[in-house]
Design a binder for this molecule. Structure first.
Ligand SMILES: NC(=O)c1ccc[n+]([C@@H]2O[C@H](COP(=O)([O-])OP(=O)(O)OC[C@H]3O[C@@H](n4cnc5c(N)ncnc54)[C@H](OP(=O)(O)O)[C@@H]3O)[C@@H](O)[C@H]2O)c1
Length: 357
């Protein structure tokens, strides 16, 4: 925890005796930070409007501290999909998950069974005395409210797992000597074990206080993932892409399965048959680029085929028509950019799609 932690409260502000050079070398070789004040000068964001108040009022109640070089003692708020998966994955990787807070007794119990050795609380404030790093894994809309009800102790850090929000949403929970950040794994947390496997090789977008970023990068690494830092102001676009890649793709799969059902295939059959085509398309995009991977009637100017599809969708699968039309518009734009359509064919396809708006 020396990478991001403050010195113990009773040492803060004390003048240290001068050390001889050999002692300095030995202490540094042991990984002990000799200049915590210099580090602390950076550890609270200057943009936080209540900084002056917090610095004058250190919240220094004693709490658990890990040994130098050890991973932090972790507490997780929210025993949902992400909170539970991170709890299991971090524990398996040897990082201590000491506590969980969930309002739901069944979720608390499931978390405790899966993770083991944790204390389970109904209320997040109770968890603060037990841990050093707090992971807030609640829905995006609830993060500010949860942070607003918590106040960290000096030396603690708090992160959330939202792909959209910045670390600053956690600012209400800060006190002097605390840090905030965000840790967003680009993984679909539909199933605990599948998500743990998917963390290997995934990317995790991290941001927040500088000293915390090293720790977050280590946390990503022990999960088998790679930490990335996004350019400022790009998180919403990055997250919208993630939502299309996960939820948006599932919506596409559902539309495919509904059309396959018209042809007599059940869901497993649809996934088997179309899954091969999807994998081939992804492989093509990786090999020759997205535009090059585009095939189908929109690249050929097959107006008659598009008309037949739209009529069939109207008659037998009206619920997926809008998705087909939206995708076809994007395909048409790509085909035009690629130069694979005559202006007349592009206009005819566009007219047909416009009638279906
Ligand atoms: N699902 C994904 O694939 C995914 C991927 C990457 C990042 N994320 C992010 O991870 C975060 C959590 O998502 P999730 O999918 O794990 O959500 P989830 O499965 O719905 O779990 C959310 C947890 O937060 C608790 N909670 C809900 N509303 C709350 C409130 N108002 N106050 C306090 N606690 C509340 C829930 O109830 P209890 O307190 O009763 O347990 C639950 O344990 C979100 O920020 C999300 O954007 C999700």
């Amino acid at each position: 925890m020396r990478a991001w932690d403050d010195p113990p409260p009773d040492a803060a502000g004390e003048d240290l005796p001068a050390l001889d050079p050999q002692t300095v070398a030995e202490v540094e070789a042991a990984g002990i930070d000799l200049d915590p004040d210099a580090r602390r000068a950076h550890d609270v964001r200057p943009t936080l409007d209540d900084r002056a108040h917090r610095d004058a009022d250190p919240h220094t109640h004693p709490h658990v501290r890990s040994a130098a070089g050890d991973p932090p003692v972790i507490g997780i708020v929210g025993a949902g999909a992400v909170g539970t998966t991170l709890g299991v994955a971090l524990t398996r990787a040897g990082w201590p998950v000491a506590a969980v807070a969930s309002r739901d007794a069944q979720r608390r119990s499931r978390f405790s069974q899966l993770v083991g050795g944790t204390r389970a609380f109904a209320e997040p404030n109770a968890l603060l005395d037990e841990v050093e790093l707090i992971i807030v894994a609640v829905p995006d809309d609830a993060i500010a409210q949860v942070a607003g009800g918590l106040r960290m102790y000096s030396g603690q850090a708090m992160i959330h797992t939202s792909g959209l929000l910045g670390a600053e949403v956690l600012a209400p929970a800060m006190a002097a000597g605390t840090q905030i950040g965000s840790f967003h794994p680009l993984v679909s947390f539909a199933d605990t074990e599948l998500a743990i496997a998917a963390l290997r090789g995934a990317t995790v977008a991290v941001e927040g206080d500088e000293q915390l970023l090293d720790l977050l990068a280590r946390m990503a690494a022990i999960l088998g993932a790679t930490a990335v830092r996004l350019a400022p102001g790009t998180k919403a676009a990055y997250h919208a892409g993630a939502v299309l890649a996960a939820g948006g793709f599932v919506a596409l799969l559902d539309a495919i399965a509904r059309l396959a059902a018209v042809a007599g295939l059940d869901e497993a059959g649809a996934l088997a048959v179309y899954g091969r085509l999807i994998e081939q398309t992804l492989g093509n995009a990786r090999a020759i680029g997205i535009a090059g991977a585009l095939t189908g009637p929109m690249t050929r100017g097959d107006v008659g085929t598009l008309r037949a599809h739209l009529a069939e969708l109207d008659a037998r699968a009206p619920g997926v028509r809008d998705l087909y039309v939206a995708a076809a518009r994007r395909e048409l734009a790509l085909a035009e950019e690629r130069g694979s359509l005559t202006p007349e064919a592009a206009a005819a396809l566009r007219d047909l799609l416009a009638k279906r708006a």
